[in-house]
Design a protein around this ligand. Structure first.
Ligand code: SAM
Ligand code: SF4
Length: 490
């Protein structure tokens, strides 16, 4: 695995299409304007309290912040104001998304990779990792194991390799969607994979991909060069930077951006995530990313780089940066993964998280064997609680678990999702749908105790829905779920 074959090299030479980068540049420059980022962070070094409060008020009006405002929040040194930001984060999330959290599971399909990212156990030179690429039958086994626990949504993850190119990704998506047994099925499969060209992305749009996620890792040009060797595919920063612009152009309208925290200064990365959002909005008629992810660097097998990251983000800072992202982009979904320990997840969820994974196993092929195998994992997970344990915990926090995929299946993505979110229809469409999928989960998969308290929460949330007509309608649909009907949505 450490050496590239001639065939691998020939394939690598075909991947990057320079004109599919150049067309997005402005005056030959990419959107990560480092001068602007450092300048704003410096100019807003000591924001006074009244300015921070004005910015919080703007976020509460659900307006996206400008770089100078985000810089001011990042530089806030007043604990009382940080508490106000945490509270505002929850309020924004409640206004846009309601009291619901969407659940998914990561499904690793192949860990063969031609790249050599310093922080990742799947890097080509790492001989301590066992290479696995699931067959169709193994994928079916994994999907059966996941759906038997109640999962309906996946993020499918791939290394970058000629054996896991776009046709393989498209085929594996089809296998996932076709694996059904009784009520058990995957209704939305998202993908986290290497950047693709526009024609390849069209193929994924055709087979019904949910969100296409590509994390930039770091937006800082010099750091990017240091951790991604320049002679690798991933070493081409701009190919990655515009991967989601290409996805939007190819008709994949839900895209997920992210930064890997620990590689460079967190303030810089948060500013750059905002610039990424703004650039997508400018190119695509006001539609930014569907989700933002903010993984922190985790230890990985035989990967010394992860033992001593240059820019470690401690738990307190992590919560603050999540709050600033929440306030900066009120309409964007925010994903907190099981990389984070249970305690951190409990603490950070209320700041405005909209999506969680749970019951995750990131060893390739390890759901069906139910094993945790370091040498098949990309990094180590911290929150290893089961799906039901996390759901039960959320019920205690008063939050409805959603497995809803109605928006995506009814074409409410991209522009349409933004219209739903901005018009407040989330409360009349998404919340009822979340309740209906939660009821399905409770009746099909939950233990008696979780079922009991889950239904209690459903009754409470039902009474909070706006308008008697809607409440009666959803109560009627819930009755049909109780009688065994499935996949009902508004
Ligand atoms: N090969 C594709 C790529 O690089 O875009 C798929 C992504 S990789 C399998 C999924 C993501 O995991 C990466 O984009 C990176 O942000 C994250 N990741 C890699 N190593 C990590 C580590 N040691 N700790 C936490 N996250 C890590
Ligand atoms: Fe390969 Fe992705 Fe890991 Fe880099 S992060 S080594 S590209 S799997």
């Amino acid at each position: 695995m450490t050496e590239l074959s001639h065939a691998d090299r020939r394939w690598i030479d075909t991947v990057i299409k320079p004109d599919e980068v150049e067309k997005y540049l402005r005056n030959g420059r990419d959107f990560v304007d480092e001068e602007l980022i450092f300048g704003e962070l410096e100019a807003n070094r000591n924001p006074d309290d009244s300015r921070v409060r004005e910015i919080i008020a703007k976020s509460l009006e659900l307006e996206r912040l400008d770089p100078s405002e985000t810089a001011a929040l990042l530089n806030c040194r007043n604990d009382e104001l940080w508490n106000e930001m945490f509270t505002a984060g929850l309020e924004i999330k409640r206004k846009v998304y309601g009291r619901r959290i969407v659940f998914f599971a990561p499904l690793y399909i192949s860990n063969y990779c031609v790249n050599n990212c310093a922080y990742c156990a799947f890097r080509r030179e790492n001989t301590a990792v066992e290479r696995v690429r699931l067959t169709d039958e193994q994928i079916r086994d994994e999907v059966r194991a996941l759906t038997a626990r109640g999962h309906k949504r996946l993020i499918m993850v791939y290394g970058e390799h000629p054996t896991s190119g776009v046709d393989f990704i498209a085929d594996t998506l089809k296998v996932v969607y076709a694996t059904k047994s009784g009520h058990n099925e995957i209704r939305r499969a998202n993908v986290n994979a290497a950047p693709l060209c526009t024609d390849d992305l069209r193929k994924l749009a055709e087979v019904g991909i949910g969100t296409f996620q590509v994390f930039q890792e770091t937006y800082h040009h010099e750091t990017y060069r240091k951790v991604h060797p320049p002679d690798t595919l991933k070493g081409n920063m701009l190919w990655r930077l515009y991967s989601l612009h290409r996805a939007m152009d190819a008709g994949v309208d839900d895209v997920g951006i992210g930064a890997l925290f620990g590689l460079y200064d967190y303030r810089f990365e948060v500013m750059a995530l905002l610039l990424h959002t703004m650039d997508l909005e400018e190119h695509f008629g006001g539609v930014g990313p569907h989700t933002i992810s903010f993984p922190r660097l985790e230890p990985a097998v035989n990967t010394p780089f992860t033992g001593n990251p240059a820019h470690v983000v401690d738990d307190e800072t992590f919560k603050k940066l999540v709050a600033v992202i929440r306030l900066s982009v009120p309409y964007t979904g925010m994903i907190l993964t099981a990389r984070e320990p249970e305690k951190v997840r409990r603490d950070v969820i209320p700041v405005g998280i909209t999506q969680l994974d749970a019951g995750s196993n990131i060893g390739v092929g390890c759901y069906s064997t139910d094993e945790r195998e370091d040498e098949k994992e990309q990094f180590s997970l911290s929150d290893t609680r089961s799906l039901e344990e996390v759901i039960s915990d959320l019920v205690d926090l008063g939050m409805i678990t959603s497995f809803c995929t109605a928006g995506y299946r009814c074409g409410r993505t991209g522009h349409y999702f933004m219209d739903v979110a901005k018009s407040g229809k989330v409360h009349t469409l998404c919340m009822p749908n979340a309740i209906l999928t939660f009821a399905e989960y409770l009746d099909d998969y939950a233990s008696p105790e979780t079922r009991r308290k889950g239904w209690e929460l459903i009754r409470k949330e039902l009474s909070n829905l706006p308008g008697e007509e809607l409440r009666n309608k959803v109560a009627g649909l819930l009755e049909r779920v109780r009688e065994g009907e499935r996949d009902i949505y508004l």
